[in-house]
Design a binder for this molecule. Structure first.
Ligand SMILES: [Zn+2]
Length: 487
C-alpha cells in the first residue's frame, strides 16, 4: 500500500499573522492536511514539522530530511499546504526540489490538486508554481484547466504534436482537430493488421524500417512507438485525456477515424491477453525469462542487462521504487536457482506418482476471511483519523498507529492479489507436467535463448523474483528467491 508523508512549514506571512494573534499556523495546516488524507484515503506514515522558518533549504533541517527520504523513493506522495511551502525564492532550491520529486516519481498533494511531476502538464505547473505567487498561479491554473477540459469534451485535439497518421488543423476559431495524412494512414492500418496477425511491436518496427517507411520524428521505428500507436484511441476517432485531477476522459473526437472501433478493440484484447516476448534488435531474444519473470516487490517484468565490469549478463528490476529493495543477479545464478527449483518439483511429482496420489487436495478459499479483515483494517484507519481530530491521539501516536495499520493493509492486499491471480488458473495434470519438466531439464543448457523461452513457457506460468541483499565477493550465500507458478 502506498505510503505518504506530510510536510509542515510556516511562511514569513504566517509568522506575522501569528504575531497579530491569528492562531497557530502549523496546527491549522496539520488539521487541513489530515482531513485531506482522510478524504483521499492516504496513509500518512511520517510528519516533517519545520519549527524554524528558514528561507532556504540549507536553513531548514526537516526539509533536508524530507528531501533525503524523497530521493530514496520512500513515499508515493507528500502532503503540503501549497507547493511554495517546499521551496520559494531561491532558484537553486526550486531546482533541487523539482528534481527530487521528479526523479523519485513522488507526487505532491495539496488541498487543491495532486501534482504528478512525471506528468508533462503537471510538471510544467509544478515548476511554474515554485516560481509564481500563489494567487497569480491559482487563477491562471483554474482558468486553463476548466478551459482545457471543455475544449477536449468538444472533441478538440489539443496535444501540441499530432499523432502519426494525422496533421493538426485549425479550421475555425476554437476548433483544433486532425486531418488524415493518407500515406501515413496506410502505415497505421498496416500496423494494426500486422498486430492482429499476431506480430509483435518490435517485429512490426523492424518490418517498417526495412520497407524504408520513416516515422515522424526519429530516424527509425522502435517498439515503443508502435506500441503507442496500437494503444491510442485517437485512431478510432476518440480523444483520450488523462490527468490526476480529472482522471480519464474519453470522448468522440471531431476527426475522422483511421481504424474501425471493433478492430481497435480486438487489438486491445490481443495486447492484454497475449503479451509478446521482447526480441532485441537483431531479432534474437536474449532475455529468455521474458514474459515469465517479474519483480516480487513491484510486479514489473525483470530485464536483462549486460554489466560491463563483471563481464556478465544480469537480471534486474529497473524501476526506481525498487532501488535498494530489489537487487540484480547474474543470469547464471538465476539459471542455477531455476534448475534447482525444477529438480525439486520433479522429485516431488515423482514421489506423488509413486504413492499413486493423483488428485490435488482441495484448498479452502481463504479470500472471504482476508476480505473481512481488510474491511476491518480500513475502518480502523478511518477511526485513527477521528481520534487524531478529536485530540485523543497525539501526532506521534497517530503516525505510529497509522503506519502499523497501513502495514497490515498492505499485507492483506498482497495476500488477496496472490490468491486472486492464482485462483482461476487451470493446472496441467501432474503426469504431463512431469514429462515436460524432464524435457526442459534435458534441453535447457544447450538451447538457444529463444528455445529456452519456449521451454520455460511450456512448464511455467510466472516466476516472482526476489533478492534484497547484495552478494559479497567472499560470501557465496544469497537470498535470491524464485517463486515459481507452474502450469
Ligand atoms: Zn521491482
Amino acid at each position: 500500500m502506498a505510503q505518504y508523508a506530510m510536510y509542515l512549514r510556516k511562511s514569513r506571512a504566517d509568522v506575522e499573522a501569528e504575531a497579530r494573534g491569528e492562531g497557530e499556523t502549523l496546527a491549522k495546516h496539520e488539521k487541513a492536511l489530515t482531513e485531506l488524507a482522510k478524504r483521499q484515503g492516504l496513509s500518512v506514515v511520517k510528519q516533517y514539522r519545520e519549527i524554524v522558518s528558514g528561507e532556504n533549504i540549507a536553513a531548514r533541517p526537516q526539509m533536508q530530511a524530507l528531501l533525503a527520504d524523497v530521493n530514496e523513493g520512500k513515499y508515493d506522495g507528500v502532503l503540503v499546504m501549497e507547493i511554495e511551502r517546499l521551496a520559494r525564492g531561491d532558484t537553486i532550491d526550486q531546482g533541487v526540489v523539482a528534481q527530487a520529486f521528479k526523479a523519485s516519481h513522488t507526487k505532491v498533494i495539496t488541498p487543491i490538486k495532486t501534482y504528478d511531476p512525471n506528468n508533462e502538464y503537471d510538471e510544467e505547473y509544478f515548476e511554474f508554481s515554485l516560481f509564481m505567487s500563489r494567487r497569480e498561479y491559482k487563477t491562471i491554473r483554474r482558468r486553463m484547466n476548466a478551459g482545457r477540459i471543455a475544449t477536449i469534451k468538444d472533441g478538440n485535439y489539443i496535444t501540441p504534436t499530432p499523432p502519426y497518421g494525422y496533421k493538426k488543423i485549425h479550421p475555425e476559431p476554437k476548433v483544433y482537430t486532425l486531418e488524415i495524412v493518407p500515406e501515413q494512414a496506410e502505415v497505421v492500418k498496416l500496423i494494426f493488421n500486422r498486430r492482429l496477425q499476431g506480430i509483435g511491436s518490435r517485429a512490426i518496427a523492424a518490418e517498417l524500417n526495412q520497407m524504408g517507411v520513416a516515422p515522424m520524428k526519429s530516424q527509425l521505428w522502435e517498439r515503443v512507438s508502435i506500441k503507442k500507436i496500437l494503444e491510442n484511441p485517437v485512431y478510432m476517432g476518440k480523444i483520450h485525456w488523462h490527468s490526476k485531477r480529472d482522471g480519464d476522459i474519453i470522448c468522440n473526437g471531431r476527426h475522422e477515424a483511421i481504424i474501425p472501433e471493433d478492430i481497435f478493440n480486438r487489438v486491445q484484447k490481443l495486447i492484454k491477453e497475449h503479451p509478446l516476448a521482447h526480441v532485441n534488435n537483431n531479432s534474437e531474444l536474449l532475455n529468455y525469462y521474458s514474459g515469465i519473470m517479474f519483480c516480487k516487490n513491484c510486479g514489473h517484468q525483470l530485464i536483462r542487462r549486460y554489466v560491463k565490469n563483471s563481464g556478465k549478463a544480469h537480471m534486474l528490476c529497473r524501476y526506481n521504487s525498487c532501488r535498494g529493495i530489489s537487487v540484480s543477479s547474474t543470469m547464471d545464478s538465476v539459471d542455477e536457482a531455476l534448475k534447482e527449483s525444477l529438480t525439486i518439483k520433479i522429485s516431488k511429482l515423482e514421489h506423488i506418482q509413486k504413492r499413486g496420489k493423483t488428485k490435488a487436495p482441495i484448498i479452502p478459499d481463504k479470500r472471504p476471511i482476508i476480505e473481512a479483515e481488510l474491511t476491518k483494517l480500513k475502518n480502523q484507519k478511518a477511526k485513527i483519523y477521528d481520534l487524531l481530530e478529536q485530540g485523543i491521539y497525539s501526532t506521534e501516536d497517530f503516525l505510529e498507529r497509522s503506519a502499523a495499520v497501513a502495514d497490515k493493509i498492505k499485507n492483506c492486499e498482497a495476500e488477496l492479489t496472490a490468491l486472486t491471480s492464482a485462483a482461476p488458473a487451470q493446472k496441467l495434470p501432474d503426469a504431463e507436467l512431469l514429462v515436460r519438466l524432464k524435457k526442459v531439464m534435458a534441453e535447457f543448457d544447450d538451447a538457444t535463448p529463444e528455445t529456452k523461452n519456449k521451454l520455460l513457457k511450456s512448464v511455467i506460468r510466472r516466476i516472482d523474483y526476489s533478492k534484497t541483499k547484495r552478494q559479497c565477493r567472499n560470501d557465496m550465500t544469497t537470498d535470491l528467491q524464485l517463486n515459481i507458478d507452474f502450469l
